[in-house]
Ligand binder design. Structure first.
Ligand code: PEP
Length: 259
């Protein structure tokens, strides 16, 4: 499996948005609009609805720097799980990665870190990189429990992982109160949490893994705030929801990382 060292990454989570033609149009707009020299060494990942992955991977074939992710996968390889999609299926249509543990999956589908750990194992086994999302709720931030909550999520989710497996894991810190709300964590809040996450990774896997793991910030990243966030040494990029649905905005966010 190709290891993913600490890299600058901007990922777009399209969630359950866009019908087929709109997804293709957005992928085409990115393909046409992105200028390599302005991207620098930033890697771009887009996560369309799973139905649209295959035509988009075909469209992006031979486009270095743009990878495609699913937004979820089932933990089992196959079987009687109506409506579900396995990591093996996702890999078979040439996707590169899968987002797991998004707060919407945790909140609306009851996903726990134990379940997310199983899904991550399934993804890695099928040569998909993982974008693991973690983050505290507003009440947890207000009661100053944010580090305890996020540290707990990471310690539980990665309990049975090796440093080798971590080479294909990207962490996305996404404070729940900042997702889709227009409220962004300050650079100081995000930077300090990223620093803390890196210290937890060091405790679990050692300094080399902690240093090599990309940690993205997610939560109302926009063209206007991306450059400030990405300038922080511990913020290796962003996971972008709403603003990734507009090619121009997403491209400006990518350039904020690349520039
Ligand atoms: C997300 O869903 O991962 C996200 C960060 O959304 P938004 O950018 O819209 O806050």
């Amino acid at each position: 499996m190709k290891p993913m060292p600490r890299r600058k990454i901007v990922a777009g989570n399209w969630k359950m948005n866009l019908v087929y033609e709109e997804s293709i149009e957005l992928a085409e707009a990115l393909l046409e609009g992105l200028q390599e020299e302005k991207m620098g060494d930033t890697h771009v990942i887009i996560a369309p609805p799973s139905l649209h992955i295959q035509p988009i991977t075909e469209l992006l074939l031979f486009t270095p720097g743009i990878a495609v992710a699913a937004q979820n996968c089932h933990e089992e390889a196959s079987g009687a799980f109506t409506g579900e999609v396995s990591a093996q299926m996702i890999r078979s249509i040439d996707a590169d990665a899968v987002i797991l543990g998004h707060s919407e999956r945790r909140e609306f589908f009851g996903e726990t870190d134990e379940l997310i750990a199983k899904k991550m194992k399934a993804a890695l086994k099928n040569e998909l990189s993982v974008i693991y999302c973690c983050g505290e709720r507003l009440d947890e931030r207000k009661s100053d429990a944010h580090e305890e909550v996020v540290g707990g999520q990471i310690r539980t989710a990665f309990k049975d992982f090796s440093a080798d497996e971590m080479t294909n894991v990207i962490i996305a810190y996404e404070p729940v109160w900042a997702i889709g709300t227009g409220e962004t964590a300050t650079v100081a809040q995000a930077g300090s949490m990223h620093h803390f996450i890196r210290s937890v990774l060091e405790e679990l896997f050692g300094a080399a893994t902690a240093e090599a793991t990309s940690i993205l910030y997610g939560g109302s990243v926009k063209p206007g705030n991306a450059a400030d966030l990405f300038a922080h040494a511990d913020i290796d990029g962003g996971l972008v929801g709403g603003a990734s649905l507009k090619a121009d905005d997403f491209i400006r966010i990518i350039y904020a990382m690349g520039g």
